[in-house]
Write a protein that binds this ligand. Structure first.
Ligand SMILES: Nc1nc2c(ncn2[C@@H]2O[C@H](COP(=O)(O)OP(=O)(O)O)[C@@H](O)[C@H]2O)c(=O)[nH]1
Ligand SMILES: [Mg+2]
Length: 399
């Protein structure tokens, strides 16, 4: 039994050894497998890493592309915005130009008519001679410049051409420009309404010349410059005249003092000045009827108004503007002479110069009435009243 056991023991150690080697083999195998597995895992990890890197790279590239696309889009948008902005700018300037056209555009008729013809007169000739001056005289007279003024201009031109030693008729046009500018009164063309307290502007002239319209435009100008303006409806002759003035006052943002149709203009003037004072007005503008049926009557009416004004402001000067319709030529000039005789005028407003090819009236006024033109009317709109500047006017009517 013991032997058996022993024997068994002998056998057992063999078996043990066998088991041992088998175990070892197994272990090695396992180890190898583990190693292989590790390697495979490592490989897998590397693959994954490469894949990740590739994906990252792709992502980065995609992002870069997206960024570039966005940038491009933004650029395109910016260009589009600029285009719209430019267009809007253009539109607004063209609107502005439409609203505030240049004097040159407004005086197109005179420039193309009279002064265009004069340019042709000079350019079509090869020499400067008597005949050229005679033709020029005809053109100037046709333009309402008046005989006296025309003769003066031509005489001065001949003198100046000789003095400058000019032989080419083409060059005479520019000399004429200088000479004509010299005949326009350029002193005192600005309105004197800046003294502290109430400044008064009396507006006179015959019916239809543009008094009410001019008052509306003037009031708008002053209000725009921050002035308090009160207008007096001194033309009580027609109800429509009062309504028309009221409309202009509303448009301009000015106050209006009015009485009923047919009432005494003197009373309106009185109330207007009183209101002007009470309301601390900077400027009071007075409209008048200016019926010219009788010189004596006109004189009395204006005298009465002037006395009322003087009672209010004492001896301080005020503006007394005569409005002349620029399209009426010699007739308008004669009316102006009558007003100039019966009342003290400080200057003129020449209206409707946009509607005539005879802008020469401006020279006749300067010459014959010896007082400055302060404003010119170049249209029916609220902005169509321009300060008169001789140089600017000459530049606008010459080519
Ligand atoms: N084309 C043009 N028309 C004007 C000008 N000034 C006034 N008018 C027009 O002339 C007409 C008479 O003007 P209005 O002010 O009533 O003259 P008033 O009778 O002197 O007050 C109106 O139809 C005005 O629109 C101007 O400078 N140019
Ligand atoms: Mg009127």
């Amino acid at each position: 039994m013991f032997k058996k056991i022993f024997g068994f023991g002998k056998n057992k150690s063999k078996v043990d050894e066998k088991i041992k080697t088998e175990d070892e083999n197994l272990k090695i195998k396992e180890l190898e497998e583990l190693k292989l597995k590790e390697m495979a895992e490592k490989k897998e990890l590397e693959k994954l890493k490469i894949k990740e890197e590739e994906e990252l790279k792709k992502k980065e590239e995609d992002e870069k592309k997206e960024l570039e696309r966005l940038k491009k889009e933004e650029l395109e948008k910016e260009i589009e915005r600029k285009k719209i902005e430019d267009l809007e700018k253009k539109e607004s300037t063209s609107k502005k130009r439409g609203f505030f056209k240049s004097l040159k555009e407004k005086l197109e008729k005179t420039r193309e008519g009279l002064f265009g013809k004069m340019k042709k007169l000079f350019s079509s000739r090869s020499i400067i001679d008597e005949e050229m001056y005679e033709e020029l005289e005809d053109l100037l007279i046709q333009s309402d410049i008046g005989m006296d003024m025309t003769l003066k201009i031509v005489k001065e031109l001949e003198k100046e051409v000789k003095k400058r030693g000019i032989k080419d008729p083409n060059l005479v046009y520019d000399v004429l420009k200088d000479v004509m500018e010299g005949f326009l009164i350029s002193e005192g063309t600005e309105l004197k309404v800046d003294k502290p307290g109430m400044n008064i502007i009396l507006v006179v002239g015959v019916n239809g010349v543009g008094k009410t319209t001019t008052i509306g435009k003037l009031a708008a100008k002053f209000v725009k410059n921050g002035k308090k303006v009160v207008i007096g409806a001194g033309d009580t002759f027609r109800a429509a005249a009062i309504e028309q003035l009221e409309e202009w006052a509303n448009r301009a943002g000015a106050d209006i003092i009015k009485h009923e149709q047919g009432s005494d203009p003197g009373a309106v003037v009185f109330d207007t000045l009183k209101a002007g004072k009470n309301r601390n007005a900077d400027i009071v503008i007075i409209d008048t009827a200016g019926r010219l049926h009788n010189k004596n009557n006109l004189m009395k009416e204006l005298e009465k108004i002037n006395i009322i004004i003087k009672k209010h402001v004492g001896d301080t000067n005020y503006e007394s503007l005569l409005v002349i319709d620029g399209t009426t030529g010699q007739n308008g000039l004669n009316q102006a002479k009558v007003f100039n005789e019966v009342t003290k005028l400080s200057g003129f407003v020449v209206t409707k110069l946009d509607g005539t090819a005879k802008g020469g009236i401006v020279f006749a006024i300067s010459e014959e009435l010896k007082k400055p033109i302060k404003f010119i009317g170049v249209g029916e709109g609220i902005e169509d009243l321009r300060e008169f500047k001789s140089k600017e006017y000459i530049e606008a009517i010459f080519e």
